[in-house]
Design a protein around this ligand. Structure first.
Ligand code: NAP
Length: 432
C-alpha cells in the first residue's frame, strides 16, 4: 500500500453517500476508482461523471466557508469493472444500503478479491454484518465498520448535495486490519473514533432504534399523508409529538443497552445505571475546551473531541446521549426521547419517512437485535411488537430473510461483539 498517495475504491459511486465519498476524496487530491453497478441508474451516474470529467458538490451555507463547486476527476476513473476496482484499490468503501453487503462480498470474491485482500469499509454495516461477510470471505477478513454514514447526502443531477457532515462517529476494526490500514483510514477520516470492539458499531445501530418503529407505529398516518400528497415530518410529527411512540422506541433502545451491558461493554444511559454524572462532567469539560477554539479551526476541534470523548470510544450510549455528542443536544438527565428529538435542530427541518427505514433497518437491525436478545434471555417485547407489525402490514415474515443469526452459536456472537478492548487503536491514530 502506498500511504502517501493511497488509491481508493468505491463500490457504489452512484449511491447518494457514494457520491459524497467520491467528491470528498477527489477534493483531497486522492486517486479513486468509482465503481457503479451496470444498472440503468449506475450507468447514468458513470456517464454523467465521465462526460463532465468530475462531480458537482453542492453545500448549504456552513461555518467553515466550504463553497459549492465542481471537482475535477484528474487521474481518477469511474466505471463498471469489478476486476479493475480490486486491482486498483488499497481500500474499498461500500457506501450502499447494508442489506446488500453479502451480495457485494460474493461479487467481489467472484472477481478475485481474495487474491488481493484489501480492507473493506462498511459504511454502515448496521448490526452484525461481519459474521455474515466472513462466511463468504473467510473468518477475519479485514473489515472496518463505520457506525453511520459520515454524510447526510442527496443525489442531484450533476453530483451530490452534502447537507451535513457528522462531527464524530464510532468505527470498529474487525478481523485482520493492519496498523498501516488503520492509519490510512484514520488519516482519511480523523473524525472517526476507533475501537477493536464490534459491539460499539453493531449495538451502536441508532437507525434500528429510530427508523422501523417510528415508521410502523405511524404507518397509517404516513400512508394517509402520502395519499393526500403532503409531507409527513418523520421526527417531529412521528416521534417528538407522540410521546407513546417515543416511549416504545426507548424500550427498544434500552434493550440494545442491556445487551451491551450483558456483554461487559461500557454503557451510558442504561435505566438501571445511567452514569449521568460521569457524562455531564465529560461533556462540560469538552464544552469548555471547545469554547477556546475558533469555529473554523476544524482540526483543533477534532483533536479536542478525540481527546475528551476517549471514554466513549469503547462504549454504547443511549439515543439521547448519542444526540448529545453527535448533534450537540445537551443531555438533560431523565429526559425522554420525544422531548430530546423535539430539541434536535436537524430533525426540526424537513425529515421525510424513507422506504429504507423498513427495507434496510428491519433485516439488518431489528431482526438481529431481537435474535441476540432472545439468545441472551433479555426482554425484547418492544422489538417483537414492531417486527410483528411489519409482518402484518407487509404480509411477510421479516425473520425469515433478515440477519436472524441462525448460522452462528451464541458463544461465537458474544466473543465477536466483545472484540479486544485491550487494543487501543486511538493512540495509533494519525490525523490528516
Ligand atoms: N444518504 C444519507 O444521507 C445517509 C444518512 C445516514 C445513513 N445513510 C446510510 O448509508 C447507506 C447508503 O445510503 P445512501 O443514501 O447512499 O443509499 P441510496 O443511494 O439511497 O441507496 C440506493 C442505491 O443503492 C444501490 N443498490 C441497490 N441495490 C443494490 C445492491 N444489490 N447492491 C449494491 N447497491 C445496490 C442502487 O444504486 P445503483 O442501482 O446505481 O447501483 C441505489 O441507487 C445506507 O446504509 C444508509 O442507511 C445514508
Amino acid at each position: 500500500m502506498t500511504m502517501n498517495s493511497p488509491r481508493i475504491g468505491i463500490y457504489g459511486v452512484s449511491t447518494q453517500s457514494g457520491r459524497a465519498f467520491f467528491a470528498d476524496f477527489l477534493a483531497k487530491g486522492l486517486t479513486v476508482y468509482g465503481y457503479a453497478r451496470p444498472t440503468e441508474h449506475g450507468c447514468e451516474a458513470v456517464k454523467t461523471f465521465a462526460d463532465s470529467g468530475g462531480i458537482y458538490l453542492e453545500r448549504p451555507p456552513n461555518n467553515i466557508g466550504e463553497e459549492s463547486r465542481f471537482i475535477s476527476m484528474g487521474a481518477s476513473k469511474v466505471g463498471h469493472d469489478l476486476e479493475e476496482l480490486i486491482a486498483f484499490s488499497d481500500i474499498i468503501f461500500l457506501p450502499h444500503p447494508s442489506q446488500h453487503l453479502e451480495e457485494t462480498a460474493q461479487l467481489l470474491k467472484d472477481s478475485g478479491l481474495l487474491s488481493r485482500p484489501v480492507p473493506l469499509v462498511l459504511t454502515p454495516p448496521r448490526t452484525l454484518a461481519s459474521p455474515y461477510l466472513w462466511r463468504i470471505l473467510g473468518e477475519g477478513y479485514p473489515l472496518i465498520s463505520f457506525a453511520t454514514s459520515p454524510y447526510s447526502a442527496k443525489s442531484i443531477d450533476e453530483g451530490v448535495y452534502i447537507k451535513r457532515r457528522k462531527r464524530s462517529w464510532m468505527a470498529s476494526l474487525e478481523g485482520r486490519v493492519s496498523g498501516e490500514e488503520q492509519a490510512l483510514i484514520a488519516s482519511l477520516f480523523p473524525q472517526a473514533l476507533f475501537s477493536h470492539i464490534p459491539a460499539t458499531t453493531s449495538l451502536g445501530n441508532l437507525g434500528a432504534v429510530f427508523h422501523p418503529g417510528g415508521y410502523l407505529l405511524n404507518y397509517d398516518a404516513i400512508m394517509k399523508r402520502q395519499r393526500e400528497g403532503g409531507t409527513y415530518s418523520f421526527y417531529m410529527e412521528g416521534i417528538a409529538a407522540r410521546s407513546e411512540v417515543g416511549e416504545k422506541l426507548e424500550e427498544i433502545d434500552q434493550m440494545r443497552l442491556r445487551i451491551a451491558h450483558r456483554l461487559g461493554t461500557p454503557v451510558f444511559g442504561l435505566r438501571e445505571d445511567p452514569r449521568e454524572e460521569e457524562w455531564r462532567a465529560m461533556m462540560e469539560k469538552l464544552g469548555r475546551a471547545e469554547e477556546d477554539i475558533a469555529d473554523e479551526d476544524i482540526s483543533s476541534l477534532r483533536e479536542t473531541r478525540h481527546e475528551y470523548l476517549q471514554v466513549i470510544y469503547n462504549a454504547v450510549v443511549s439515543a439521547q446521549h448519542w444526540l448529545d455528542y453527535s448533534y450537540g443536544v445537551a443531555r438533560i438527565p431523565g429526559e425522554g426521547l420525544s422531548s430530546a428529538i423535539r430539541r434536535t435542530p436537524t430533525y426540526q427541518k424537513r425529515s421525510t419517512p424513507q422506504q429504507r427505514y423498513l427495507d434496510e433497518d428491519i433485516p439488518t437491525g431489528l431482526v438481529p437485535l431481537e435474535a441476540l436478545a432472545r439468545r441472551l434471555d433479555i426482554d425484547c417485547r418492544a422489538v417483537t411488537e414492531v417486527l410483528d407489525l411489519y409482518g402484518e402490514k407487509m404480509n411477510s415474515d421479516p425473520r425469515s430473510q433478515g440477519r436472524n443469526l441462525e448460522p452462528f452459536s451464541t458463544d461465537y456472537l458474544v466473543r465477536h461483539l466483545q472484540g479486544s478492548p485491550e487494543d487501543a487503536p486511538s493512540s495509533e491514530r494519525t490525523d490528516s
